[in-house]
Ligand binder design. Sequence first.
Ligand SMILES: Nc1nc2c(ncn2[C@@H]2O[C@H](COP(=O)(O)OP(=O)(O)O)[C@@H](O)[C@H]2O)c(=O)[nH]1
Ligand SMILES: [Mg+2]
Length: 324
Amino acid sequence: MTRLVIQIPCLDEALTLPATLADLPRSLPGITDIRVLVVDDGSRDDTASVARAHGVEHVVRHTHNQGLGRAFRTGLDQALKLGADIIVNLDGDGQYRGADIASLIAPLQTGSADIVIGDRQPARNPEFNLLKRGLQWLGSHAVRTLSGIDTPDAVSGFRAISREAALRLNILSQFSYTVEMIIQAAHRQMRVVSVPVSTNPARRPSRLFRNLPHFVGRQLVTMLRMYAMYRPTRLFFFSGGLFALLGLLPILRFLLYYLAGDGAGHIQSLLLGGVLTTVGFLLFVAGILADLIAMNRQILELTLEKVRRVELQDTETPSHHDDL
Ligand SMILES: Nc1nc2c(ncn2[C@@H]2O[C@H](COP(=O)(O)OP(=O)(O)O)[C@@H](O)[C@H]2O)c(=O)[nH]1
Ligand SMILES: [Mg+2]
């Protein structure tokens, strides 16, 4: 028996949700049971009752808007509790097509991936303007640098996730889960693949893309955080080394003058050099601390995963190796 849970995080989707739901497949090869789960993130319209009226068995509601990242996490937790073997996430605005779910979950069914991302082919998609294409390219590039995972459409909301992967993901961002999921997956040795999908024309303007600086700012913060989280030594040792090197220059300058018998007039250089090398040293220490904290986080993550398994009475042996 293989159960698929299709989760739809929604903010004020009462108008578009009926069409999105109607488009979902009723049966799929290799799937014995399909459940639909709507996460209503504190909508001000009647998203939740519309979902129920259209036959959605599982609706979870946040009493207050918590953001897509949190809503996604609520959805994963609930889907796991519902006994999902495979979880598919798609948007409530009907951008993605139910017909693509079969090819999206195929790599999970054959065991050749842990996470599958629906690739909207941003470079060719007529729905994306030049600006959005450029952004997509930049974003996917940044994600590849951070994670080593090559995803043509890093911010796609159309994804399939195996139960194992869902048990091990800990989405912390509030704004969105998309980029964080890929970077976490990379660091937990999960296999992420992309599958081309088609899209429906936009029925309403994006809620996540309020304006360019807002969207880019939020995604940048996520990436920086991820970088500090997963590559703390690299980040801090590199910046620390840079400061220390910069600090050495004025110190050298002072020494040269000093040796030439003219040290007294160049104490400022010594001072500046001293401050810069001290900052460098502090960053270095911060790197060591961050590394220790990262080790701690890994232990917490393993604990959390095991707690989840106990909570869900998931007795299957994990299909991965602990990466501690
Ligand atoms: N839970 C939650 N979902 C949101 C929020 N903002 C947007 N969404 C949902 O996230 C999905 C994608 O949002 P959308 O506005 O279509 O952004 P797009 O991906 O840029 O098209 C939709 O299902 C929205 O209902 C939010 O603040 N919280
Ligand atoms: Mg949309």
